[in-house]
Ligand binder design. Structure first.
Ligand code: ADP
Ligand code: MG
Length: 231
């Protein structure tokens, strides 16, 4: 069973007189444990699409099913709950909380959604920091680590709740090429280790070398032939 099914999916923004068709009726499926990339220039609709998959912004047309849930049926509160239990997010500007340490940043989602005892939380945080190679930086603050290290912490934070799906919107945009490659490789290693589905967006075709499934977006439409298995 596919993890994500989109049928004739649309998103139109209305801002007064202005109508922007950001996603124009696209169809695709993504299987569990995929490592998939949406690639396209700035303005092609990547963030709009990831925001719909992440239940942050509802479609204006078509069908979108995530983990067997028709997301258009969720109200705001249920969408937040579904998101918290199912989806992890990674952002281009890392979005770590500056006043929390590395370990506290990774622990944060566990405080939000689940009532875990402290000892179990600590153990889980250690597991994830070790998985991303950041155990020795656990007590540092975000300002004391590099961009690549911040994104490692963000990967750990996205995975700490055992999310089925991680969405990463241009996760390498603020990293140099070599570090970008390392972060993509890390995400793939995490997919291999935990079976998590990763979907990332990028406007840099050079960072997609490691994606197994590549969807090419252009002006809100998927280019024909994209979405095949390029592994
Ligand atoms: P990308 O992430 O590929 O750069 P976006 O999904 O951000 O593309 O944007 C796709 C199109 O939708 C662009 O034309 C953008 O200006 C427009 N858009 C995005 N968000 C909004 C919004 N909240 N209101 C109106 N238009 C928007
Ligand atoms: Mg974007």
């Amino acid at each position: 069973m596919s993890l994500i099914v989109a049928e004739n999916l649309e998103k139109t923004y209305y801002a007064g007189e202005i109508v922007v068709k950001a996603i124009r009726g696209i169809d695709f499926t993504i299987e569990p444990a995929s490592f998939a990339a949406f690639v396209g220039p700035s303005g092609s609709g990547k963030s709009t699409l990831l925001n719909m998959i992440g239940c942050l912004d509802p479609p204006t047309g078509g069908i979108l099913t995530v983990a067997d849930q028709d997301i258009s049926l969720l109200n705001k509160k249920d969408a937040a709950l579904f998101r918290g239990n199912t989806i992890g997010f990674i952002f281009q500007d890392f979005n770590l909380i500056p006043v929390l340490t590395v370990a506290e940043n990774v622990e944060y989602p566990l405080l939000m959604v689940q009532n875990w005892p402290k000892q179990k939380r600590n153990q889980r945080v250690e597991e994830l920091l070790s998985a991303v190679g950041m155990s020795d930086q656990a007590d540092k603050f975000p300002s004391q680590i590099s961009g690549g290290q911040k994104q490692r912490v963000a990967v750990a934070r996205a995975l700490v709740t055992n999310a089925k799906l991680v969405l990463a919107d241009e996760p390498t945009a603020n990293l140099d090429r070599k570090t970008a490659h390392k972060i993509i490789t890390l995400m793939k290693d995490m997919r291999d280790e935990f079976g998590t589905t990763f979907i990332f967006s990028t406007h840099d075709p050079r960072v997609v070398e490691n994606a197994e499934t590549i969807f090419t977006l252009e002006d809100g439409s998927l280019l024909q032939g994209s979405g095949g298995n390029h592994a």
